[in-house]
Design a protein around this ligand. Sequence first.
Ligand SMILES: [Mg+2]
Length: 374
Amino acid sequence: MKLRGIELRRVSMPLVSPFRTSFGTQTERDILLLKAVTDDAEGWGECVALADPLYSAEYVESQADVLRRHLLPKLASPEGRAAIARSGAVAVAGLLHPFKGHRMAKAAMEMAILDAELRALGRSFARELGAVADRVPSGVSVGIHDSVPELLSVVGGYLDEGYVRIKLKIEPGWDVVPVAAVRERFGGDVLLQVDANTAYTLRDARHLAKLDEFDLLLIEQPLEEEDILGHAELAKQMATPICLDESIVSAQTAAAAITLGACQIINIKPGRVGGYLEARKIHDLAVATRVPVWCGGMLETGIGRAANLALAALPGFTLPGDVSASGRFYRTDVTEPIVMDDGHIAVPTGPGLGVTPIPELLDRFTTATEWIDF
Ligand SMILES: [Mg+2]
C-alpha cells in the first residue's frame, strides 16, 4: 500500500443538548478527522480528543500539533513508507511507539490507514477485528442535570426510545439521590450504571458504598486515573463492581489493573488506548482473564461510531456499551445517521468502516482543512 498523503480536517458539530460530566459541560464537539489517501483507496480516522485536556491529557489542538510535527513526518519518512508499503496499518503502532503518549492521535492515524487498506481489499472492519455479532445492544450515557425531575424526564425519554442500558454521570453532590430516584421511578429491571470520571477519592469509600443497594451493573472510574491501588482498595469496600475507563491506556495497564484487583470490568475506548488493534488486544486479554468489557464513547461522529460498532461486536463485549444512535448527540451527522432499532444498532458490513462521510454534510461542519503530502 502506497500512502500519498493525509488530510487533517477540523469539524465543529453542535450537540443536541449540553452534555455535563464531572469534568465539564460540552455544547459542541470540535473534532479532528484524518483522511488517508493511498493509490487504491481513501480511509477515515477520527481523533476522539476533546477541546480541553479534562478527560485525559490529550486535547484536539495538541493532537493536530503532534501529528504535524512528529507522527506524520515519521510515517512519511523512507522507513515509515517502507513499513506501511510492506505491512499496512499494523506497522503504524510500532513506527509511532518512540513518541510518548498522544494515543488519540496515534489511534486516529492507524484507523485511517486501516480503513483505506480494508476498503482496497473489500473487507470490513468488523470482519478484520473478529466480530461475531451483526448488531449490538445500545446503551446511553446521561449527563448531570440541574434537578432530579429533569433527569427523570430525560431518562424516561431514552427508555421510550428503546435504549437497553442507562449510564448516569455522577459527581460529589449528584450521586446517591439521582440514582435512587431513577431506580424508584423506572424499577429494578432497568440496566443501570454510573460514571464518576475520576471525581472521588478513597476517602469517599463509605459514601460510594451507599450505591450498593441500587443493584448497579458497575461504577466507572470513581478515582483518579493513576490511582490503581486506590481502586483495588475501594473494590474491597463496596459490592458494586469497579470498571476502569481513564486508567486503562494500553493492554499493559489493563493487565496490571486486573492483576491488582483494581477492576472487575473494563470500558474499552480505542482512542484512549492508541487504536483499534490495541483495543482488540485488551479484549483478548479480558476474555482470557474472564473480565467483561464494553465499548465506551467519546461523542463520535458516524465515522468513529461505525468503527466502535465493529469492535463492540467482538465476543468479549458482553455488556451493553455507550454506542448510541447519532441522534443522541447530533441532529445531523457527517455520515448517514447511525440508527437504533429495537434497542440495537446494526454493525456495518461494507468495505472498511462501512460508512463514508457525505461531502456536503462534511463541508457544512468543516472549519479547516490541511493537506500533508507524502
Ligand atoms: Mg467513562
